[in-house]
Write a protein that binds this ligand. Structure first.
Ligand SMILES: NC(=O)c1ccc[n+]([C@@H]2O[C@H](COP(=O)([O-])OP(=O)(O)OC[C@H]3O[C@@H](n4cnc5c(N)ncnc54)[C@H](O)[C@@H]3O)[C@@H](O)[C@H]2O)c1
Length: 443
């Protein structure tokens, strides 16, 4: 005889408010609405809000526009510029505003504090305010102090740092490696466990300070791997070794692993540069300065110009030459230009007298807004970009650049053309056989 057990799972949907609709805020809002919660996303820009209501996402992130549209149409995802409308019913409020570097390198937390001040008067009793933005330990206490100025209602704070990567942000949010719940009160922990239950990732409960420092530690460790392998690349070049062979030889050691080795021009993007700078400053603030983080930052800062001077020698000077740049965003599958290598490389080339022609599958529009129309020629594809060029520089490993028609590239470039592969996408021998001079990193 078999017995059938009926298991009832009680799902209680929540009302959530997300403050800030950038990469983190918008993806988070869309994913939590997909699970059946009602999500209000608050933003300061009315036009952006109106576009989002129509399901139009202002930046490129695979799968996001469909997800936003689906949940807007289902009535679960709502956009507003009015804090009272978004906050008054919210059980959980997530602060996901930017924390860029201030001129002295510390994290500029003004948007977090401004968000806390704006939401505070409208919270309901028992609301939980989560800081998702990357902030140094101790920030939650300041957020608490600010909110207390504007309300007498009882509320809680927690830290749930975000680990998504642009380019795979939706997937990363749905299937995170881990979810850190930085909270002290059992009520908050229970509620946040319930909220995150539909996500496919291991949940770790910890102190808010640990959660905040874990986020910086993870980014600093990954940035450190990039700086480390760049140092090894420089040694490889001096000795006739190939860094790609070294990566394989080293990475097969299970303590080290084969993933996340990126020799190149150094780390860039929206997070590592600012987070390493803040961690350096934080270490100094607590009396632990002059250490590893400072060195990581410094080595990375010097990296790009050092590599450009190596490339310049290989090309025989930039002056009077046409140089094609492939890849403008800071990494593939995004049009985010924050700390993108192209934004430093192109001005160096033009200042040295080169004519620059560029191509990117998604980011040309954003690049044009930053660089202007006249700094570079914007091509429709890689082959148009390399026409008459003496060198091509691959800056970003977009899939499209992994399988270029080398014969067509060679035909469109000058006879003495140099193929500069800053992502080590190609076998140097193949490029030489195509009649081009190969310059890579650490090989
Ligand atoms: N982008 C990433 O890959 C990533 C990954 C993990 C963590 N983070 C962290 O998440 C945070 C947000 O990063 P992001 O990349 O989404 O930034 P972003 O610049 O894309 O978005 C921030 C948004 O906040 C809005 N904003 C600022 N102040 C506001 C206010 N007072 N009220 C309402 N909206 C306000 C801005 O207009 C903007 O839309 C940062 O701390 C970042 O370090 C980012």
């Amino acid at each position: 005889m078999t017995t059938t057990k009926l298991v009832y799972v009680i799902i209680s949907f929540m009302t959530i408010a997300v403050v800030g609709v950038g990469f983190v805020g918008l993806v988070t809002a869309a994913v939590f609405s997909k699970f059946g919660n009602t999500v209000w996303a608050v933003n300061r820009d009315k036009q952006k809000s109106e576009e989002l209501k129509k399901g139009k996402v202002p930046f490129f992130e695979p799968g996001l526009e469909e997800l936003v549209k689906e949940n807007v149409d289902a009535g679960r995802l709502k956009f507003t510029v009015e804090y009272p409308e978004a906050i008054r019913e919210a059980d959980v409020i997530m602060i996901a505003v930017g924390t860029p570097s201030a001129p002295d390198g510390t994290a500029d937390l003004s948007a977090v504090f401004e968000a806390a001040q704006s939401l505070a008067p409208h919270i309901k009793t028992g609301a939980i305010i989560i800081v998702k933005s990357t902030v140094p330990p101790g920030t939650n206490n300041k957020v608490k102090e600010i909110i207390k100025i504007y309300t007498k209602k009882q509320f809680y704070t927690a830290s749930v740092p975000e680990f998504l990567r642009e380019g795979t942000a939706v997937e990363d949010t749905l299937h995170p490696d881990r979810i850190l719940i930085g909270a002290n009160e059992p009520f908050v922990i229970k509620k946040l466990l319930e909220l995150h239950r539909p996500l496919n990732g291991e949940t770790v409960i910890m102190r808010p300070e640990s959660a905040q420092l874990t986020k910086y530690s993870a980014n600093a460790y990954l940035a450190n791997r990039i700086v480390f392998i760049n140092q090894i690349s420089d040694l490889a070049e001096k000795t006739g070794a190939d860094v790609q062979e070294i990566i394989r030889g080293m990475g097969l050691d299970r303590r080290i692993g084969l993933h996340y080795w990126w020799p190149g021009l150094g780390y860039g993007g929206s997070c590592y540069p600012k987070d390493i700078k803040e961690l350096t400053a934080y270490a100094r603030r607590v009396g632990e300065g002059d250490g590893l983080f400072e060195k990581i930052d410094q080595l990375n800062e010097n990296r790009l110009l050092k590599m450009l001077s190596k490339f310049e020698k290989a090309v025989g000077g930039w002056n009077g030459k046409t140089i094609a740049v492939l890849g403008l965003s800071f990494k593939p599958n995004t049009d985010d230009m924050r700390e993108a290598p192209s934004m430093k490389v192109i001005p160096v080339l033009t200042a040295a007298g080169a004519a620059v022609s560029v191509y990117d599958p998604q980011a040309s529009g954003h690049a044009k807004k930053i660089l202007g129309d006249s700094v570079a020629t914007y091509a429709a594809n890689p082959y148009e970009a390399v026409k008459g060029a003496t060198a091509l520089i691959i800056l970003v490993e977009w899939d499209e650049f992994r399988s270029l028609d080398l014969a067509k590239i060679k035909k469109n470039m000058t006879t003495d053309a140099v193929f500069i592969d800053t992502r080590n996408l190609y076998d140097p021998q193949r490029i030489k056989e195509a009649g081009l001079k190969y310059v890579g990193i650490g090989r």
